[in-house]
Design a protein around this ligand. Structure first.
Ligand code: DHB
Ligand code: MG
Length: 234
């Protein structure tokens, strides 16, 4: 274990009170969650990664980016209880489609319940299995391009998921990657944490890709100190 591992709890983020209070202030004011979103968030506790779902204000941001970009087809790596999936499904609207890839059948079962409750089941496919395999199947089957890809699964595989995302998108596509700061561990160039290395590798891959414009933002709040990369394909 490196010292950075100690600063990145496995299933839960530590979060200073003031950060949580500010998230609560804006989420209460701007991000009303209906019963289905509350249930999805709370049922995260029944998945293999309790508390790993995005915060309410982050979910709202994902929904807004989806709508701002006019995305109709969204691909998500990492479903868990389907909290962000609901935000995407509502943002793409009844004619849109979300394909979400989940490793664990038990998590997928929780997600399907939540998607049902949210009234978005008909727009969403939950695909169970290793996300790299599921994405390879989509590629092999000639899946039409996605407009937005959210990468939020096991972090060591981030570069593989970016490669798959690039095979499943075209010009103008948006690619968002969650959890790229990891309590600041991202800057530890000597890190032997495979999750940190996955973030660093995908950052370098984006930097080297001739068609990707990107930025990264740090976030603090109920999910501690983390952040996301937002990229767009030229
Ligand atoms: C982790 C993964 C997530 O997707 C998240 O939002 C928080 C934490 C993790 O691997 O620790
Ligand atoms: Mg995440």
């Amino acid at each position: 274990m490196t010292s950075n591992d100690d600063r990145v709890p496995e299933n839960r983020y530590e979060s200073p009170r003031a950060w949580r209070d500010v998230d609560d202030y804006f989420s209460r004011a701007l991000v009303p969650e209906d019963d289905a979103l509350v249930a999805a968030r709370e049922s995260g506790a029944r998945t293999t990664m309790p508390n790993a779902e995005v915060a309410a204000n982050q979910g709202a941001l994902l929904g807004l980016i989806t709508r701002i970009s006019g995305a109709r087809r969204v691909l998500e790596f990492g479903t868990l209880a389907g909290y962000s999936t609901i935000w995407f499904a509502r943002a793409v609207g009844p004619e849109g489609r979300v394909v979400t890839l989940e490793l664990e059948e038990d998590n997928a079962r929780v997600a399907r319940e939540n998607l049902d409750r949210a009234g978005v089941s008909s727009q969403v496919s939950v695909v169970v299995g290793p996300a790299a395999d599921s994405a390879a199947t989509l590629i092999a089957q000639g899946e039409p391009p996605f407009d937005l890809v959210f990468i939020d699964a096991d972090k060591p595989s981030n570069p593989i998921y970016l490669d798959a995302a690039l095979r499943l998108t075209g010009t103008g596509a948006v690619i968002i990657i969650d959890n790229v700061v990891r309590n600041g561990a991202v800057t530890a160039t000597d890190s032997d944490d495979p999750r940190v290395r996955g973030v660093q590798a995908v950052t370098q891959a984006i930097a080297a890709h001739p068609e990707l414009d990107a930025t990264a933002l740090q976030t603090v709040g109920v999910k501690g100190w983390d952040g996301l990369i937002v990229a767009r394909r030229r």
